[in-house]
Design a protein around this ligand. Structure first.
Ligand SMILES: [Zn+2]
Length: 182
């Protein structure tokens, strides 16, 4: 199953023409496989190697590119190692930064809650101060009441003393009367 290209460009047609036209021709050899090829042939029909400088370059280009690729791989590996250490350092710095941020946020949160608690405490203190004022007012009112009661008690006591005194005098007088009667 040979294609049409290989059939026309193959070793059957061209060498036969040259054999017939020029018997004293110079013999040419492939620069790769060293087998005989047609004069001016750009490609060896044995091994397929190109026969001019440019095709030679194209032939060695893959090898050259592989070499370049190997160098790039080595450089890339170096960069990878460097990049990895940089990445690790960056990650560490990022962790430190995020920890610092978390601490700052916690501190802020604590400050806010402390401020809220202070507000609550202030409200409570104010409420208690009002309660204390009320109690003080009540106590003062009760003290006044007690004073009033004390005054009344004193008054009553004086009155009782007065009445008692009169009663004693009365008892003595009546005793004298009684003694006198006996
Ligand atoms: Zn060849």
């Amino acid at each position: 199953m040979e294609g049409p290209w290989e059939g026309t460009m193959g070793e059957q047609n061209q060498p036969k023409k040259e054999d017939a036209g020029a018997p004293l021709k110079q013999i040419h050899f492939c620069n790769q496989c060293k087998l005989e090829i047609a004069e001016g042939a750009k490609k060896c029909h044995h091994c397929g190697s190109g026969q001019n400088g440019w095709s030679r370059f194209i032939q060695i280009a893959p090898v050259f590119m592989i070499g370049v690729a190997i160098v790039q791989v080595i450089l890339g590996f170096g960069q990878l190692v460097l990049g990895r250490s940089l990445l690790l350092e960056t990650k560490r710095e990022r962790v430190l930064a995020s920890n610092a941020l978390k601490r700052a946020e916690q501190a802020e949160y604590t400050a806010i809650s402390v401020a809220k608690n202070l507000d609550k405490i202030q409200v409570k203190v104010e409420g208690q101060a009002k309660t204390i004022n009320l109690i003080t007012t009540k106590v003062e009112a009760q003290a006044k009441t007690i004073d009033v009661i004390t005054d009344r008690v004193k008054q009553k006591y004086k009155e009782m003393l007065h009445i008692g005194g009169k009663a004693t005098i009365g008892v003595e007088e009546s005793g004298e009367h009684a003694g006198a009667k006996d």
